[in-house]
Structure formats: structure tokens, C-alpha cells
Design a protein around this ligand. Sequence first.
Ligand code: AMP
Ligand code: ZN
Length: 140
Amino acid sequence: MSADPNCIFCKIVAGQIPALRVFEDDGTLAFLDIGPLAEGHMLVVPKEHYARVEDMPPDRMAALARHFPRFVRAVTRVTSAEGCNLLLNNERVAGQEVPHVHWHVIPRSAADGLGFRWKPTKYATGRGEVVQQLVKDALL
Ligand code: AMP
Ligand code: ZN
């Protein structure tokens, strides 16, 4: 898999459209999000075009993910953030607008007002074990 000529992040990788790039190596590019939820909000993308996580070879994902400790340390330090969210929206139903795998690194502070919209639920009695088995079987 290489570049998709219609993909905005492939165009950024190729240098065809500008971005505030902060890091790159052979396979990974990080740049500032054009619509930041907080100052320093950055995106981390594989240089090759993969639309979804499950399209990525595991070693490519591992090569990208190894940078996260350093990215988080740098971005929280320069923004004086108290923490950050690492977020990946996979598929449109999950909020993915750009179909090229990308991790968000979003600096957070107590007063940022971003909050969390997700509300945890509970499994009905026995349902957790059913789901546990389904997932275990699917992983075989
Ligand atoms: P998602 O909803 O997870 O697909 O996130 C897509 C993100 O890409 C959004 O946060 C956008 O602000 C960001 N984005 C879209 N176009 C650009 C661009 N040209 N440069 C930087 N970030 C972009
Ligand atoms: Zn792409």
C-alpha cells in the first residue's frame, strides 16, 4: 500500500500541501492539527496510506507507536498540559473524517472545558463472559 492521490494526509506526507510538521522518520509523520482542540494538538500518521487500523501491518503500527512516549512528553511540556488524550477514530461512525489512519495527541488541562462525553455502562449478568469468549475466539 502506498499513497492515495485523493487523500489529504497523503498529500501532506508528500509535501504537496503545507502542514506544521513536527517530526518525521522513514515511516511516520507528526504534524499539528489544523483545527486544534487545544494548543499543541497533533496528528501522528503512517507515511503510507492505510484507511483503517486493521489495514495496517502490525510492525508498521509498532514502529509508529514507539514514538508516543516522546511525543507525549514533548507536547505536554511545551504546552504545560497536565495530561493528554491519545485518540484514534476508526471509521466514519466513530468520528473518522479523514480516511488515513491518524492518532490524535490532545494536550489536556483541568480548565480546558473539553470534558468527556462518554458514559460507561454495565454488562447484564453473564453477558460480560459471553463477550469475553466471543472476543477470545475472534483473536485465535
Ligand atoms: P478525524 O475526525 O479523527 O478524522 O480527524 C481529522 C482531523 O484532521 C481533524 O482534527 C482536522 O482538524 C484535521 N485536519 C484536516 N485537514 C488537515 C490539514 N490539512 N492539516 C492538519 N490537520 C488537518
Ligand atoms: Zn492517505
